[in-house]
Design a protein around this ligand. Structure first.
Ligand SMILES: *[C@@H]1O[C@H](CO)[C@@H](O)[C@H](O)[C@H]1NC(C)=O
Ligand SMILES: *[C@@H]1O[C@H](CO)[C@@H](O)[C@H](O)[C@H]1NC(C)=O
Ligand SMILES: *[C@@H]1O[C@H](CO)[C@@H](O)[C@H](O)[C@H]1NC(C)=O
Ligand SMILES: *[C@@H]1O[C@H](CO)[C@@H](O)[C@H](O)[C@H]1NC(C)=O
Length: 955
């Protein structure tokens, strides 16, 4: 009712003579309004009953004073400090007797990481009413025994605390995403870049099924943040990742909150802020402008805090002295104030930051932005809990430490390069920050498939493989984020008194494809054991390795590396010893039990590959590389949408450009050829090399629209140019897009795109052009398509044009038509090996274990020909993961190690008909590349017959 704020109400000031006089005219109206809407308003009786000389304090004034003083006390009370470790007699605030854990649970025979450390030997963990009540060697001791208890014998499996994700946008957006449910960023002209007053809470939709997917990866708690468009984005809230967990099983936001059950005023608070490129771009500010608007805003917050403090002091004195006049003045509305404690809802959270009541979480990438933000903290007096993303924090760990705030770096392990402020990332950041004692948390930034929070644990695994210690890597997704949130009295640990959030893993959590078998939240089971079992194969070579400890990639000392590599300098005659396994097609069965093989190369070709005795004759004192756990693999082939065409994805000046969605590509002359725009250098290439990727097929950049590009086959060694063999195949395939992405430019409907494709095939069957080649099958046609109905359309097209070598790329819902695809002989380049239903056209994607079977397992079972590619829609920072992605696919599909390697080598080569001379490229690795912790040692280009890589590195 806006009427209460009309100026007329302000006339009602009995302590003010002018006010009284002015009352004469509008008195009837005002009286009516006041009595209708504000009957309890103290001024009316007071006006009638008192005169200034015999002022009697009325109830309203006293209430106002007391209420204000209560808030003053709150202002000056620091956030609650909880005992750490918590007391064993505490309770889980979320527990209730209707829907809460109703049986004591004993997890027996657990290999436990408790948030601090791994236990020696196994233990039993007991929990009741959503809280851990005992962790000890043997649950059979009498005091634990409970007839009612449910006993889960986990047979020595790894158990960790439920993971804590410091940065997620699920719930404020949904899976699938709809325009109607996108509540992540409050971007509008009226509010501008400062929206500290909005709250993610108000945008949470407690039905986002993304929550269930996230939990299935072991993530039980997430900080739900507004996005990073705004300098101050709004308040963030912590949820437990269970829908409908409250007493009535209804979809309520409140019952998702970690602090449900705790009085609102005692709950922790968090603010999302952002610096650098995003707010700069969205509001067309510079960094200077970003800083100024923030400082100007904080000046207002400081002013309000000062007014409040002054009021608090005066009010306390007035109350103490019983000074009625002062109390009146302090509580009366007047022209400049509503009376009482000065407050402004708009500034409330900002003042609360200054009062240390709100933990600040700032999206910030680069050193100069950290430094600037730290200047602001000193200028206004507040503290930062965590810098988020922070991909360049590794450059300035001491500066960050010098702030004195023990700032957590909430970051990605390898996702980077997509924009300028993420271009200085290092794969060794975790290791470097650890060495400097800076806390690191790996987080998801969940929102799209590429940031699926289900796989947060694998970021810790990646960091570990690049040198972060096992313990810090484990802490980075459990206790470190819990501490950063100041919730380490409840979450992030498996210890007595903590919330009973636990994950039982099928293998060491830092190994490839580690998957939860069970996830407990507040003591309750959340995975259906039958579904979990059915989602996973019972055999396959990766499963046989499940007890292995994850390793760290060998990183040679620079001088040793130079020493070894200089001996090979340009030479192509070399001996490599210590090879234990070969995945090379012609060298697989060796007539020996001795797993120490020697590879002799002459002019870059294999002269001998056998036990060392048998290679004696060829081994004539050549330079020798000695490995301990060598693995010989073919060079892997990646399929990318950017490698060599975009260096920094968001910076146009570093890229060839995006295929114009408005181009009418029914005209073959308008096709875009990647071969004309390709550069054979950059950071993506470095990452490709450390992933054993020797060749790549790069598609012209297509970002919306029907496409229309011809891909090129390139070498990644960095030793070749376009003039001397860096391009191994000029035209690999023609690429078109069918599906929602096609609805751009001149195409308004998906059906139009299908019709256009058909027209292209019909009109060009006899033409001597690129489409003619497509029709007669001499060049493949790659259709980027996700939805099962769109894929069915492609099956129809293939039936009519059987000579077309039609290949599906993407293929989110391909498993749902796997048999039909196999029958139609349509192969797939699967980029959705670990996909998620982030958009509606992918809503039926197989999420993979522990919820569903994996895409790879269904495709393999149906005998679909397929290979695997890493999604590269924002660049190639994850391209080094290719062998591990294949390993992950093989694990979920129960395939052999050889089949895993094939998925990213021969299968891709065969599907695309890639040319190769000789026997192809060879990469000899130290370590098993199907597990974390292996690195390529020697790279041989099969076409050239030359060593083109020696211990390649990338940061
Ligand atoms: C205990 O909880 C389980 C699972 O929520 C439910 O199936 C069962 O009925 C509950 N038992 C009692 C006694 O409330
Ligand atoms: C724990 O499980 C392992 C593996 O199944 C088994 O060998 C061991 O005997 C079990 N220990 C106990 C105490 O049950
Ligand atoms: C900083 O935080 C980390 C974890 O977040 C904690 O382990 C460490 O003890 C803290 N250091 C200081 C100096 O408070
Ligand atoms: C493998 O054999 C070679 C040649 O006999 C030997 O020099 C090397 O030390 C062995 N390597 C390992 C890891 O056993």
């Amino acid at each position: 009712m806006g009427t209460l704020n009309v100026p007329g109400v302000a006339f009602l000031r009995p302590s003010d003579d002018r006010g009284r006089r002015r009352l004469h005219l509008p008195i009837v109206t005002v009286f009516l309004v006041a009595s209708l809407f504000y009957v309890q308003f103290w001024l009316i009786p007071s006006r009638i009953s008192s005169s200034p000389s015999e002022l009697k304090l009325n109830e309203y004034a006293i209430n106002r004073l007391e209420e204000g003083l209560r808030k003053c006390t709150e202002f000056n009370t620091p956030p609650i400090e909880y005992a750490i470790p918590p007391t064993s007699t505490g309770t889980n605030s979320r527990w209730n007797k209707y829907s809460g854990q109703n049986h004591t649970v004993i997890l027996k025979n657990v290999t436990l990481f408790d948030g601090d450390k791994w236990f020696d030997g196994t233990v039993d963990v007991l929990f009741a009413k959503g809280m851990i009540t005992a962790v000890a060697a043997d649950a059979k001791t009498a005091e634990w025994f409970d007839d009612d208890a449910e006993v889960f014998d986990v047979g020595g499996k790894y158990v960790t605390p439920g993971l804590v994700d410091l940065h997620s946008h699920h719930l404020v957006g949904t899976w699938p995403a709809f325009s109607a449910t996108e509540d992540t960023n409050e971007v509008n002209d009226e509010f501008g870049t400062l929206t500290p007053f909005v709250r993610s809470l108000d945008g949470i939709k407690p039905y986002d099924e993304g929550t269930t997917i996230i939990r299935s990866g072991g993530v039980t708690t997430s900080l739900i943040l507004p996005g990073s468009a705004n300098v101050m984005g709004g308040e963030a809230f912590i949820v437990k990742n269970v829908l409908r967990a409250g007493k009535d099983g209804e979809e309520t936001v409140e019952e998702m909150l970690l602090e449900h059950g705790i009085p609102k005023e005692d709950r922790r608070r968090y603010m999302k802020m952002a610096c650098g490129e995003n707010p700069r771009r969205v509001y067309k500010h510079t960094r200077m402008g970003n800083a100024w608007v923030f400082r100007k805003h904080m000046e207002r917050a400081v002013e309000l805090r000062e007014k409040q403090d002054a009021w608090c002091l005066a009010a306390a004195v007035a109350q103490d002295k019983g000074d009625k006049n002062a109390i009146h003045t302090l509580t009366m509305p007047n022209e400049s104030s509503k009376g009482g404690l000065p407050e402004q809802l708009e500034l409330e959270s900002s003042v609360a930051i200054l009062r240390g009541k709100v933990g600040v979480n700032t999206h910030c990438y680069e050193p100069e932005d950290f430094e600037d933000m730290l200047l602001h903290t000193k200028e206004f007096g507040f503290r930062i809990q965590a810098f988020h993303h922070a991909l360049e924090a590794w450059k300035v760990p001491e500066m960050i430490k010098d702030s004195g705030y023990n700032i957590t770096i909430a970051t990605f392990s390898d996702f980077a390069l997509y924009k300028h402020e993420g271009y200085g990332a290092s794969l060794y950041a975790g290791k470097i920050l650890e060495e400097h004692g800076v806390p690191v948390a790996y987080k998801s930034d969940h929102g799209e498939e590429t940031t699926n929070a289900k796989y947060v644990m694998s970021q810790a695994a990646m960091a570990h493989s690049f040198g972060m210690s096992e313990i810090k890597a484990m802490q980075s997704v459990t206790s470190v984020p819990a501490k950063s949130l100041e919730q380490d009295h409840r979450i992030g640990y498996v210890k007595v008194g903590y919330d009973a959030d636990l994950v039982v893993w099928d293998s060491h959590p830092l190994s490839v494809g580690a998957t939860p078998l069970q996830v407990f939240v507040d003591g309750k089971v959340t995975l259906d054991p039958k579904k979990t079992k059915d989602s996973m194969p019972s055999s396959g070579s990766v499963l046989n390795r499940k007890s292995m400890q994850p390793a760290v990639r060998p990183l040679l000392d620079e001088s040793i590396r130079d020493d070894i590599c200089s001996k090979l300098n340009g030479g192509s005659d070399i001996v490599i010893t210590g090879i234990r396994t070969s995945f090379l097609q012609d060298y697989q069965s060796f007539d020996t039990a001795d797993r120490n093989l020697t590879l002799v190369l002459e002019s870059g070709r294999i002269a001998c590959f056998d036990v060392s005795d048998k290679c004696m004759s060829t081994n004539r004192g050549l330079p020798t590389v000695q490995l301990n756990n060598g693995h010989a693999l073919p060079g892997l082939t990646a399929v990318s949408q950017s490698l060599g065409l975009a260096e920094i994805f968001a910076e146009k000046s570093t890229a060839d450009g995006v295929v114009n969605a408005k181009t009418d590509v029914t005209d073959p002359e308008k096709l875009v050829y990647a071969k004309y725009g390709i550069h054979l250098e950059g950071r993506g290439f470095q990452r490709a090399r450390i992933g054993g990727v020797t060749r790549a097929v790069t598609t012209p950049l297509m970002n919306g629209g029907f496409g229309g590009g011809v891909s090129v086959g390139i070498k990644t060694s960095g030793k070749k140019t376009v003039l001397d063999g860096g391009i191994f195949q000029s035209d690999v395939a023609v690429h078109l897009v069918i599906g929602q992405d096609a609805k751009d430019g001149d195409i308004a409907t998906v059906s139009t795109a299908v019709a256009k494709l058909r027209k292209i095939l019909k009109d060009n069957s006899a033409e001597d052009n690129m489409y003619g080649k497509v029709v007669n099958g001499s060049i493949p046609l790659i259709i980027h398509v996700e939805n099962k109905y769109d894929i069915m359309q492609m099956i129809e097209v293939k039936k009519e044009y059987s000579s077309v070598n039609l290949i599906i790329m993407g293929g989110a819902e391909a498993p749902l038509v796997a048999h039909e695809l196999a029958a139609a002989d349509i192969p797939i380049i699967l980029t959705r090996n670990r996909g998620g239903p982030d958009v509606f056209e992918k809503k039926d994607i197989l999420i993979g274990p522990p919820l569903t079977r994996s895409a790879a397992s269904v495709l393999a079972e149906a005998n679909v020909t397929f290979g695997i590619a890493i999604p590269s829609t924002e660049g190639d920072s994850k391209i080094h993961f290719l062998p591990l992605e294949a390993s992950w696919a093989a694990k979920y599909a129960g395939l052999s190690d050889q089949a895993a390697v094939d998925l990213v080598s021969v299968n891709i080569e065969n599907i695309l008909g890639l040319e190769k001379r000789g026997k192809g490229d060879i990469v000899v690795w130290e370590g098993n590349p199907l597990e974390y912790g292996a690195a390529p040692a020697i790279v041989i280009d099969g076409d050239e017959g030359a060593v083109v890589g020696c211990w390649p590195v990338s940061n």
